[in-house]
Design a protein around this ligand. Structure first.
Ligand SMILES: Nc1ncnc2c1ncn2[C@@H]1O[C@H](COP(=O)(O)OP(=O)(O)OP(=O)(O)O)[C@@H](O)[C@H]1O
Ligand SMILES: [Mg+2]
Length: 242
């Protein structure tokens, strides 16, 4: 195999993140290949959101490295990471409830200057997410929870990501809606976007992702193929309620 073929798109190496004196992420290492879907599961407070937010550039590193497409991006501001193709769909969705659906979507393109292509991408996202496309002029705060989650994903897609960071997309949604959202995520991945999926719903995450990492108290405690994690007695007892 040629060396460059083995280089992952994205690699986090011994990342540490702290809130003041409180260490929340204590040496996390993980990697993703282009177009791969990988999940990060773990209990409340394990450090999953902190990990995603630090990757997106919303929190500074207290140690370690983040490499993306061969570049060390660990010190770049968030908007420069967006420009390189890393997009976060944050925990709680981060919708601007008083703005219209279209304004929310266009926020996702804030780091871009190619206006014509933005319009084309807006149309494409509306095709992928018809319920959002039908409601462009509506105030975003009037959308249902599922629609707001779709909108948050659509907004991230407007930045043309190569790596999508998804924080608990199923949170608070009915199973039928969750299924629709995961089908959307699957088609985004099928289009070649790598997805790092954080979920408390470990079963769902391992059903959709090819590989998974299990996080506990700021560390990765287990990693492997989704099928082997689903079969792992420790995972079953701790995260799958079996
Ligand atoms: N802004 C903050 N200030 C101080 N401590 C924080 C802050 N945000 C998170 N923490 C702490 O950092 C640790 C990791 O939190 P984090 O939100 O990353 O976990 P999580 O795995 O996403 O949990 P959840 O499943 O509840 O979303 C927890 O102990 C949490 O209390
Ligand atoms: Mg979280």
């Amino acid at each position: 195999m040629r060396a460059e073929a083995a280089t992952p798109l994205f690699r986090v190496d011994d990342m540490r993140v702290a809130y003041g004196a409180i260490a929340a992420v204590k040496g996390v290492s993980l990697e993703l290949n282009a177009g791969e879907m990988v999940c990060l599961i773990g209990a409340n407070g394990a450090g999953k959101t902190t990990t995603l937010n630090a990757i997106a550039g919303l929190l500074p590193l207290a140690g370690g490295r983040i490499a993306y497409a061969g570049e060390d991006i660990g010190a770049l501001p968030a908007h420069q990471r967006v420009r390189r193709g890393i997009a976060l769909v944050p925990e709680g969705r981060g919708i601007f409830t008083r703005l219209s659906v279209e304004e929310n979507l266009r926020m996702g393109a804030y780091a871009r200057a190619d206006d014509d292509a933005i319009d084309a991408d807006l149309a494409r996202v509306c095709g992928l997410l018809p319920r959002i496309g039908e409601r462009l002029a509506q105030t975003a705060g009037t959308l249902s929870g599922g629609e707001q989650q779709m909108l948050a994903i659509g907004r991230a897609l407007l930045s043309r990501p190569k790596l999508l960071l998804l924080d608990e997309p199923s949170m608070g949604l009915a199973p039928r809606i969750v299924e629709q959202i995961f089908e959307v995520v699957r088609s985004v991945q099928a289009a070649g976007v790598a997805v790092l999926l954080v979920e408390q719903n470990a079963h769902l995450a391992l059903e959709f992702a090819g590989r998974g990492y299990v996080m506990d108290s700021g560390r990765i405690v287990l990693a492997g193929a989704a099928e082997s994690l689903l079969a792992d007695p420790q995972v079953r007892a701790a995260y799958l309620g079996q």
